[in-house]
Design a binder for this molecule. Structure first.
Ligand code: PGA
Length: 241
């Protein structure tokens, strides 16, 4: 059985005060949400402690947006796996396209982060996806195959989430057509050894398109950026029909 996981990715948004405000608006709206849907909030490092404290006893899981592969060391600006697990963090986004594009993340460093996260009991959410240019050049399938091949060396597929995020659909309002997202996610699944890996779609998921996206047979969840910042919008997404 594949688990449904709806995760918010707050990126570099929300102070601790804003996090608390979000929770006030959000927690009441998910009391009716089906139990078999996992809800995760992947937030900036500075919000993790606040979130962890306030979510104790709720069904929402805490996620981070990156993790280093060493347990400690001279790596200014980085955060280690034990620093996350101490705060009850369960999930961590790895290889998001914004990290690849702006911060030099490669398939090799993604692989190191994935293995370190798993070693410490964190469930990584591995992001893969193509640019508009790569799509137009017909390179989507080969690119994703390569991203997976390199990222997944030595990675345990029993504790892994993958998010297919076409880069041209992120933050643009230009969602990937749901049947096409379903097709690519099917391709991703065909490359895995564990057929039960949860594979999400990400890229301009909104209250208005989530029902159609989640109706696709290969799509097991969503990684939601912009629309996860508003409690009402994210609640509608979590409560997709
Ligand atoms: P978006 O971002 O929902 O704002 O398009 C998705 C993501 O980057 O994970």
């Amino acid at each position: 059985m594949r688990k449904v996981i709806i995760a918010g990715n707050w990126k570099m948004y929300k102070t601790q005060a804003e996090t608390q405000e979000f929770l006030q608006g959000f927690l009441d709206t998910i009391t009716e949400t089906a139990d078999d849907r996992e809800i995760v909030l992947c937030v900036p490092f500075t919000d993790l402690a606040t979130l962890s404290r306030n979510l104790h006893g709720t069904r929402i899981q805490v996620g981070a947006q990156n993790v280093h592969w060493e347990e400690a060391g001279a790596y200014t600006g980085e955060i280690s796996p034990p620093m996350l697990t101490e705060l009850n963090v369960r999930y961590v986004v790895i290889g998001h396209s914004e990290r690849r594009q702006y911060f030099g993340e490669t398939d090799a460093t993604v692989n190191l982060r994935l293995k370190a996260a798993q070693k410490h009991g964190l469930t990584p959410i591995l992001c893969v996806g193509e640019t508009k240019q790569q799509r137009d050049a017909g390179e989507t399938e080969a690119l994703i195959q390569q991203q997976l091949e390199q990222a997944l060396v030595g990675v345990d597929q029993q504790r892994l989430v993958i998010a297919y995020e076409p880069i041209w659909a992120i933050g643009t309002g230009d969602t990937c057509e749901s049947k096409e997202a379903n097709r690519i996610i099917g391709l991703i699944r065909s490359q895995l050894t564990n057929p039960n890996v949860t594979i999400q779609y990400g890229g301009s998921v909104k209250p208005g398109n989530v029902d159609e996206i989640m109706a696709q047979p290969e799509i097991d969840g969503a990684l939601v950026g912009g629309a996860s910042l508003e409690p009402q919008d994210f609640a509608r997404i979590v409560n997709y029909q």
